[in-house]
Design a protein around this ligand. Structure first.
Ligand SMILES: Cc1cc2nc3c(=O)[nH]c(=O)nc-3n(C[C@H](O)[C@H](O)[C@H](O)COP(=O)(O)OP(=O)(O)OC[C@H]3O[C@@H](n4cnc5c(N)ncnc54)[C@H](O)[C@@H]3O)c2cc1C
Length: 283
């Protein structure tokens, strides 16, 4: 069954939790729900856990679509973990321990989903989703149900085939290695601790604002342009990590845009480098 909700607060859909609502959110509980939806679909945006997405409450997007974590069951066969696209990272960490398989612990602590992490080729601490994905099951825009191998996913720095094709990821198979559950748990906790030393993990944020330009760190460029800790209204550039934006309470989409434009302008003026957004702005 497809669950349909109207006038859904953005705070329930994204980790930045800015003010406002969206008109409609649909959640697919079965593959045939997706196929039926696509037969007569309005324009839609596929949303994972919204940890790389900011939504303008005045958006013209009529529909946001999500894949339920329960759309397919989690299984593991010979260290090949099969999980649904809607699986949140905290559940993924539990599954690694339950099945005694290791590799994806570097994702621990991030409020993302498996589908969003594949679409973004999530990476950190020298690891990428691309290192572990074997294949991905997608529903194409015409409703075809296909498995796509990793070599066809066009996984690159924060990019994939899902940026050019409107395919919906249903589930994925990851090639992992057997390990002891206690060691896996400890490793996940260590990654969370390391991450929280560098990033404002407890705040409402969407992760990196800009991609790192070749040979540079976006955070350093933003800091050198004087924006670390900069604040308009309830929207702040983190004073811990200058490539993170924080919602201090009632952040608005206008404040976000205002700060992004100022940073892009000043970094270009000072360094002759154009910063490219990593976050998806849906307006
Ligand atoms: C505290 C914090 C730390 C972070 N650290 C990192 C980091 O270290 N490295 C990193 O790479 N990112 C990081 N991020 C950013 C973010 O978590 C990643 O980009 C993540 O991959 C987004 O997953 P999501 O499910 O939230 O996706 P969303 O934000 O919901 O969507 C992101 C993109 O994926 C697409 N998508 C989502 N689900 C599907 C699906 N089922 N089928 C097809 N397309 C889909 C969306 O359409 C969109 O284009 C961080 C974010 C936060 C809040």
């Amino acid at each position: 069954m497809t669950i349909v909700r109207h006038n859904v607060p953005i705070s329930e859909l994204t980790s930045f939790k800015n003010q406002g609502q969206v008109k409609q959110v649909v959640t697919f509980e079965t593959v045939s729900d997706i196929q039926s939806f696509l037969k007569d679909a309005p324009e839609y945006f596929i949303l994972g856990r919204g940890s790389n997405t900011v939504i303008d409450p005045a958006t013209s997007m009529p529909c946001f679509a999500q894949v339920s974590p329960a759309i397919t069951p989690a299984t593991c066969n010979k260290n090949r973990l099969q999980v649904s696209a809607g699986t949140p990272v905290n559940k993924l960490m539990t599954l690694l321990q339950e099945f005694g398989v290791s590799g994806l612990e570097f994702c621990a602590g991030v409020p993302a989903s498996v589908g969003g992490m594949i679409a973004m080729n999530f990476g950190c601490f020298g690891h990428w989703m691309a290192d572990f994905v074997e294949k991905v099951r997608v529903i194409t825009e015409t409703g075809d149900d296909r498995w796509i191998s990793v070599s066809e996913l066009e996984l690159g720095y924060r990019t994939s085939i899902f940026h050019s094709k409107k395919w919906i990821i249903v589930e994925a198979i990851f090639n992992l290695v057997a390990d002891d559950p206690v060691t896996i748990k400890k490793r996940s906790h260590d990654f969370v601790r390391t991450r929280s030393e560098k990033q404002p993990l407890r705040d409402k944020t969407f992760g990196s604002i800009f991609k790192n330009p070749a040979g540079h760190f976006a955070a350093q460029l933003i800091q050198s342009a004087g924006y670390k800790g900069y604040q308009i209204g309830d929207t702040q550039i983190s004073d811990r990590h200058a490539n993170f934006m924080i919602n201090k309470g009632s952040a608005t989409f206008e404040e976000i845009l205002d700060i992004l434009e100022k940073i892009q302008h000043d970094v270009t003026a000072k360094h002759q480098i154009d910063l490219e957004l990593e976050v998806k702005l849906i307006s």
